[in-house]
Design a protein around this ligand. Sequence first.
Ligand SMILES: Nc1ncnc2c1ncn2[C@@H]1O[C@H](COP(=O)(O)OP(=O)(O)OP(=O)(O)O)[C@@H](O)[C@H]1O
Ligand SMILES: [Mg+2]
Length: 593
Amino acid sequence: MLGLAARRKLWFWGFISTVALVALSDSVFTYLKKLVIDDAITPGKPESLWWIGGLFILLSILQAAGVFTFIYLAGLLGERIQYDLRRSMFTRLQELSFSYFDRTPVGWIMSRVTSDPSKVADLVTWGLLDTTWATMSIVSAMVFMLYLKWDLGILVFLTIPVLVFAGALFKQRIIRQYRKVRQVNSKITAAFNETITGVRVIKALGREERNLREFRGRTDEMYRAGFRAAWLSALFLPIVQGIGAVALATVAWFGGAQAVRGAISIGTIQAFIGYVTFMLWPVQDLARVFSEMQHAIASAERSFSLVDSRPEIVDRPGALSPETLRGTVEFERVAFWYKEGEPVLEDFSLRVQENESIALVGPTGGGKTTIASLLCRFYEPRRGVIRIVGRDYTTLAQKAIQSRIGVVLQTPHLFSGTVRENIRYGRLDATEEEVAEAARVAGADEFIRALEKGYETEVGQGGNRLSTGQKQLISLARAILVQPDILIMDEATSSVDTVTEALIQRGMESLMRGRIAFVIAHRLSTIRRASRIVVVEGGRICEQGAHADLLRARGKYYRLYTQQFRMERMRELDLGTAHSLLGATDPSPIPSP
Ligand SMILES: Nc1ncnc2c1ncn2[C@@H]1O[C@H](COP(=O)(O)OP(=O)(O)OP(=O)(O)O)[C@@H](O)[C@H]1O
Ligand SMILES: [Mg+2]
């Protein structure tokens, strides 16, 4: 972690040494005060005041300059560390493979990125400042005391272990309570967050009472911890003052007795009193400083675990970047699992010719999206190979693959910004006309024009001001605009009405010519025209062929299709019955005996 600061070596050491010097100068001030008494006032030599006063002024100026320097350097260093850390986190997050995000909760990553950099910066600046200051103050005060009167010094030191012990005992408890308060507080924030985002579900399920009870439990917990912390803090201060008073009393008692005998000067007693009060605070504070350091080190370690994670999918040295991906795509005996021991694909083989459009159908959880993710190289096969343009795709550059594949994901994602910016996301140099053309092919043009500001309408965070179907159409336009060599549509039009869907299909036909397309759909009417339909179940292909052939074969696809067809018919009929029932005198569907 100090490596971060080491990159600004000069700033860092400049900062530490100025802090040490300023702390040291405090001890020197106390010594100068002793000289005022012993060398000027007691012997009646006012002329000494000139040089002592001169030193005083000089030291004050130096100290002021020192304070300015270290505060300034701490600021610079802190900002720089945060900047470096945030930047390396952001870079790393963009490089990391999907598998990392499967394993790591988003909340964890968010707190690494939002709060940890400032904690790390605080540790390297204010944390080190506290430590250096405290250590330097204690050491210099001790050295001066030993120099002035070693036996009285040692007597005073006896109170140090008592102070350290009391400090450790109390401070750690107080900190533990405050930490609890913070933890409960973040739980409360999370509860607020969930309540606000999930307000519809909460109301719909009538969970208000139960949520309130849980919430009350947490606020009670927070109140109790806060109360305990306040109580301990209130108790701690008088204890420290008591111990300090004992140390001062020792100085007054023994020092006073020796002064009467002339064994010690008045100035020395005065200096001792200064050093004791001076040492008191850093000593009792050590426990807090160390505990906070530990805490900050823990958060530093967490941030570095993020920065040091290595993406699982990286380009091999000498990876190729072909101009185009047009050609064949081949899955050869591909096996894949997200979690060891839970295979999703087993022995999956599929060869796709240039300009073929493949429809993947099958039951939920069958592995269709996984196939699409593998093709995009979001994940790599655990066994077997995927070949694009005749080459094992792990020998190609990721960028070359991903920039030539257009994907419309099952869960469409838009970024906050305008509709136009969202469509243009994958090809920033596209003209307005090209954007509009892509939107027309995707069947999105019409609704976009009907929006209040047309293409300049803000879509809101994650596109939440649009309907799911509208988001899908925009994602589709975005994929089309890239003019990809391979197009993957995972349930791309599942939330769009059937009329619009038919329109899109017509528009897409010209686009798909000469390209490979993978279309995943549950609504089988949309994939009838695919050149080949592949039925995937349990991670294997159980049937494939053209629509008509598969129907003729009367296998799985036939059953899926006829079932869906029958259900659609029934829905229509149901609607019909509902209408007639509304008109009928006895709406009871239960036949009377
Ligand atoms: N990121 C992931 N981490 C762990 N397991 C996953 C992940 N994504 C999918 N799975 C598992 O892999 C299996 C196949 O999922 P996949 O999303 O490929 O199915 P699908 O055929 O696309 O289903 P659907 O028709 O519902 O979209 C499922 O059992 C699912 O639980
Ligand atoms: Mg899916």
